[in-house]
Ligand binder design. Structure first.
Ligand code: ADP
Length: 665
């Protein structure tokens, strides 16, 4: 009996140990999963995320408060943003928090609002720069603190993407708390592409950082397919990316091109990889066994650009950050700062060197492994910032530069940076126009509204400006200063591995979130409405956040009708220049003016992001669309007529709000 009892006890202890072991392991796994991005190897984004995770190791999370406990708080009506009094007392006395206490962090997060430049229009949340990123703060004269007793605002950052400190720090610094996506209480979502279920639940004020289907831009084969279509229609003016062939389908066409051009060099890339993985460079003289392999392997083979512009004998490429606020109207901003990435070995176009990845590939992930790689300390320690980039031998001192450093170098060498930059913007606009059609189709498909165009709306209020996207354009400049598009990253790395990366990327995230316009609930300023509204002189009613965020509610047919009123159509085609801009403005209705007001508000809070489209010469691009949309026509005409300057005119129709502040933030 005693023996049986002993055995039973031993068995129970054994089971208990197993259960505890499993629980411990599960907790560890859970913790790890929270920190690491979930990766699906078949996803086109897989490679980008893998790269991002690798680059972020040296970054430090700022600000003590953790978001996780906020997620655990019970749902309920609007809560005060003040932390429980016990917490305040404990912090004030410098004592540790009690166990079991709701820890909202040592300080409550503060939301700062940015007044509109127009009267009667609601503010947006201002995302200022963290001190640690060392970026010069933007002008804060339109900034107003939100009511401390107002409701909290939330963001959702899912595990599907890498958690960049630049993103998390800016969201926290902006005063937002984290919740799970399923709660739907968030205003800002940072994740992968929204699923149909998610998008259908979006309210008008919710903003997500991806458009459905932007892999049409991010996959090397798909973007080439879209650009090739445009090249076929428009010829030389669309030669913005090196000639490509999608293998194995276009193997015969490439083989013929290779035989026609025996002197050419080629580069083969897998379609959905990044960081230089799997890339090979070779001449037209390909051995039989390699040809056989190429005829079966999935990837893209491209003309290799043999004459890149060199600095100190080294090849480099540019990472340019581009933000699309919406595709219809097409609103594109280019960040004034970006990265220049150098190869670590001096360049040669001799076929004997083609195996050298550190000579021919400029990826950070390839070159950081070289002993010659030098981190950029962002001018820290340099006596004269202007001299920080080049050493006495004319070599770049660091393996990464900022675009500002490149600009200074161009000016010193007598190279025309301005002209190169304009061609680069032209390349960006053409690339984005080439993918607009497939993205529109994805938008409709995701919302289950096949013919709705960009006017398709979700049942919860999702609309054309619910999504925005940050793209990393990789651009190579050749020795004639022509920029060539190499690829577009739809999840560009936002890692802060060096002081330079930290400054540029943290500022970029803050500027993007302020630009796209996160609308706070009215309750955040209802205690002090005068602080966010200029004294109203006109007869216009004050708009609430839902009205401001809802955008243009017209159907596609209605918009086509209105477009015809502004510019005459001939044979179904809008004629780009048959109406004077001033005449067109006189035909603008309230919806048209609303589009211009929103675009101007964005310009006035764009920080370091510079508008690339619509631009005063937008008419040059009108014929690239099968049919230029109403929204695009309106903004083009507004730009041609003078853009933001026309809001200074006293003769505007009564439904146009008065611009009362002229300071850009
Ligand atoms: P990945 O997504 O793997 O980074 P990229 O297309 O950006 O692939 O190419 C990696 C690097 O190879 C680029 O940074 C550039 O230095 C070089 N490269 C790519 N395409 C070309 C090309 N057509 N001509 C010259 N160099 C190229």
């Amino acid at each position: 009996m005693a023996r049986r009892l002993r055995m039973l006890k031993r068995r129970r202890a054994f089971h208990l140990r197993r259960v505890m072991l499993a629980a411990g392991l599960w907790m560890k796994l859970r913790k790890r999963r929270r920190c690491a991005p979930r990766q699906n190897p078949s996803s086109p984004l897989h490679a980008t995320r893998k790269a991002d995770a690798m680059d972020d190791v040296e970054d430090v999370m700022e600000g003590a408060p953790s978001d996780d406990e906020i997620e655990q708080l019970p749902r309920g009506p609007v809560r005060s943003r003040r932390p429980p009094s016990r917490v305040v007392k404990a912090t004030a006395e410098g004592k540790p928090f009690d166990e079991g206490e709701v820890q909202c962090g040592p300080k409550p997060r503060k939301i700062v609002l940015l007044r509109s430049v127009f009267e009667g229009r609601p503010p947006v949340v201002l995302f200022s720069y963290t001190q640690a990123c060392c970026a010069e703060q933007r002008p804060m004269d339109r900034a107003v603190p939100a009511d401390e007793d107002g409701p909290r605002m939330f963001y959702s950052h899912t595990d599907a993407v890498h958690q960049y400190n630049a993103v998390i720090n800016i969201l926290r610094h902006g005063g937002l708390y984290r919740v799970r996506a399923e709660t739907n209480r968030w205003t800002v979502m940072w994740s992968l592409h929204p699923t149909p279920e998610q998008l259908r639940r979006f309210t008008p004020v919710q903003r997500a950082n991806h458009f459905p289907g932007s892999f049409h831009l991010g996959r090397k084969d798909l973007i080439w397919r879209n650009l090739a279509k445009m090249q076929q229609r428009f010829g030389k003016e669309y030669q913005i990316s090196p000639q490509g062939y999608i293998l194995p389908k276009a193997f015969l066409a490439w083989d013929a091109a290779r035989l026609r051009q025996p002197e050419a060099l080629w580069i083969w890339k897998p379609c959905s990889q990044s960081c230089g993985r799997g890339i090979t460079v070779f001449s037209s003289d390909v051995p039989e066994d390699q040809l056989r392999e190429l005829s079966k392997k999935r990837g893209i083979v491209q003309r290799y650009i043999p004459n890149p512009l060199l600095i100190g004998g080294r090849k480099f490429d540019m990472r340019v950050y581009v933000v699309v606020v919406s595709y219809d109207p097409l609103k594109v901003y280019v960040n004034d700062e970006g990265l220049v990435r150098f190869a670590t070995e001096p360049y040669s176009d001799s076929v004997d060197t083609l195996q050298s990845r550190m000579m021919h590939l400029t990826n950070y992930s390839v070159n950081k492994q070289s002993p010659a790689f030098v981190q950029n300390l962002d001018g820290q320690g340099a006596e004269d910032k202007e001299d920080a980039a080049i050493d006495e031998a004319g070599q770049p001192k660091a393996s990464k530069w900022s675009l500002t450093e490149l600009k200074i170098h161009f000016e010193r060498e007598g190279l025309n940076f301005g002209a190169m930059w304009e061609s680069m913007k032209d390349l960006v606009i053409k690339t984005l126009i080439s993918v607009e059609e497939p993205l529109k189709a994805e938008w409709c498909k995701t919302l289950g509204c096949e013919d709705g165009g960009w006017s398709a709306r979700g049942p919860g209020g999702a609309q054309r400006s619910s999504c925005y996207e940050i793209y990393g354009f990789d651009i190579l400049v050749d020795e004639t200063l022509k920029p060539w598009l190499l690829e577009v990253n739809i999840c560009p790395s936002l890692s802060s591995g060096s002081p330079l990366d930290k400054r540029i990327k943290t500022k970029l995230v803050a500027d993007v979130l302020t630009l796209v316009g996160v609308h706070p609930p009215t309750a955040l300023w209802q205690l002090s409405p005068d602080s966010v509204h200029w004294p109203v002189t006109g007869s216009l009613p004050i708009m609430d956040e839902n009205e401001a965020a809802s955008g243009c509610l017209l159907s596609e047919e209605e918009m086509a009708k209105r477009a015809r009123r502004i510019v005459p159509w001939h044979g179904g085609q809008v004629q780009a220049s048959c109406e004077s801009p001033a005449d067109a403005l006189s035909l603008f209705d309230d919806i048209a003016w609303e589009l211009c007001v929103v675009a101007h508000e964005e310009d006035m809070r764009s920080g370091g992001l510079m508008r690339a489209f619509p631009c005063p010469h937008a008419a040059r691009y009108a014929h690239y669309w099968d049919e230029e949309s109403y929204c695009n026509i309106v903004l083009r005409k507004w730009q041609e007529a003078g853009g933001g300057a026309i809001f200074r005119s006293k003769k505007l129709p009564p439904w146009v709000p008065r611009q009362v502040c002229f300071n850009k933030t």
